[in-house]
Design a protein around this ligand. Structure first.
Ligand SMILES: [Zn+2]
Ligand SMILES: [Zn+2]
Length: 409
């Protein structure tokens, strides 16, 4: 473990009260980097190698490659040596740098602020030390998509900031705050497509969502609830008072509000048998039909209760809200919504914003009894509590907006 990183980590992790600060994010975290090409594209960058530093020229290309536990640095003309740590530090507030993995090959991304590289876990680690608000804007874009309403972006920014605030220690053992994968929050480089996203983030600077006891909430969200959000306790082991079911008339005209999936009857029968259903009892297939009026928690068949979330997982359904029609050779699921259904419904929130709802009203609609407060007023000791464990239960899905729910109009 690199000592500098640890020191940096403590500096950041120890400072909960000053929230507007830099955080360290491991980028290309799911890629085993061994050769990278980096190029400053805007601002002014300093390259730090050991005790030496030099200014980089705009568009100067640096090649970094792994050699054992060190990083070899070259540019077009020179070999700049082999180092344990390579740091590239932005000198203005608007420094942008391009990072292009060569081995393995991966599309280039642009990053704000500072980068450092070192070898650990048999790969080059690439750490982006970035202004927290710039990071939040980039995650809002990755998770909310481009060209949305400002008030939707503000609501999404509060969700992202609340998560960030409560998870700064998630990777502390590895020496950085967060990774850029769905394990933490999707971060695909700087927010590029939409200036409004950065403005919406700055307009809500420092604001997070807390429960009635002033503890940051688990701000779960999903693409589309299908017309009624889910109780957290019906989907996960733990039930949270602010994550309770609410009706939602704002998302039912969206593309992802309805879906259908068919599976062979044979698979269905095998599944039921595995769940303890005596399939010899089946006289007519239509006896297994199911048509819930509301978002269902369980499906009951021949006296056996099966959680709908289990059926969703087994057959990779878009949601756990569906009716079932059982025919001779196939089973047809007709469903509503996309995602787990807990917390904020993105399609609903987008439509509310279009209709003039402000972000605070949107937040208060989907999360019951919560307050929006400045993160600086929240006690650092209240941060951990139940939030960390529950996020594990949520899994990566709550952070992803499925591509087909992205609105094009
Ligand atoms: Zn992570
Ligand atoms: Zn909805």
């Amino acid at each position: 473990m690199n000592r500098y990183i640890i020191a940096l980590g403590f500096l950041i992790l120890g400072n909960f009260t000053g929230f507007s600060q830099k955080i360290s994010v491991s980028i290309f975290n799911d890629t085993k980097l061994s050769t990278i090409l980096i190029t400053p594209t805007k601002g002014k960058y300093k390259l730090i190698l050991g005790d030496t530093q030099e200014l980089l020229r705009e568009n100067q290309i640096l090649y970094l490659s792994r050699l054992g536990d060190s990083v070899v640095v070259r540019d077009a003309n020179r070999n700049l040596g082999t180092w344990k740590r390579v740091s590239i530090v932005g000198e203005t507030n608007e420094d942008i740098i391009r990072v292009k993995p060569i081995m393995p090959a991966s599309p280039a991304r642009l990053y704000d602020d500072n980068l450092s590289f070192y070898v650990e876990f048999d790969r080059i680690m690439a750490i982006n030390l970035i202004d927290e608000e710039k990071y939040i804007a980039a995650v809002v874009e990755a998770e909310g998509g481009p060209n949305r309403e400002d008030e939707f972006y503000k609501a999404q920014a509060l969700i992202v900031r609340t998560y960030t605030f409560t998870h700064l220690q998630k990777h502390s053992a590895e020496g950085f705050n967060l990774c850029d994968g769905t394990h933490c929050q999707a971060y695909k480089g700087r927010s590029e497509k939409d200036d409004d996203i950065y403005t919406a983030t700055s307009d809500t600077k420092d604001l997070i969502i807390v429960d009635s006891l002033n503890r940051p909430i688990t701000a779960a969200f999903h693409a589309n609830c299908g017309g009624q959000t889910a109780n957290s306790g019906d989907v996960w082991v733990e039930s949270l008072p602010y994550l309770t079911s609410v009706p939602d008339k704002y998302c039912t005209n969206s593309r992802s509000a309805f879906w259908e999936r068919r599976i062979p009857f044979k698979e269905w029968k095998e599944f039921l048998a595995k769940e303890g259903v005596d399939t010899l009892k089946i006289v007519k297939n239509s006896e297994m039909n199911f048509e819930p009026r509301q978002r269902p928690k369980t499906y009951t068949v021949y006296g056996v209760n099966i959680p709908t979330t289990k059926i969703r997982k087994q057959f990779k359904l878009r949601s756990a809200w569906f009716s079932i029609s059982v025919f001779k050779t196939e089973v047809r699921f007709s469903g509503k919504g996309y995602g787990h259904g807990v917390g904020l419904c993105q399609d609903g929130a987008i439509n509310m914003a279009i209709r003039g709802w402000t972000y605070d009203k949107i937040i208060e609609y989907y999360y019951k009894g919560v307050k929006i407060v400045n993160a600086n007023t929240v006690n650092a000791t209240d941060v951990k509590l139940d939030t960390l464990n529950i996020q594990e239960v949520l899994g990566p899905e709550h952070l992803q907006l499925p591509p087909d729910s992205v609105r094009t109009n």
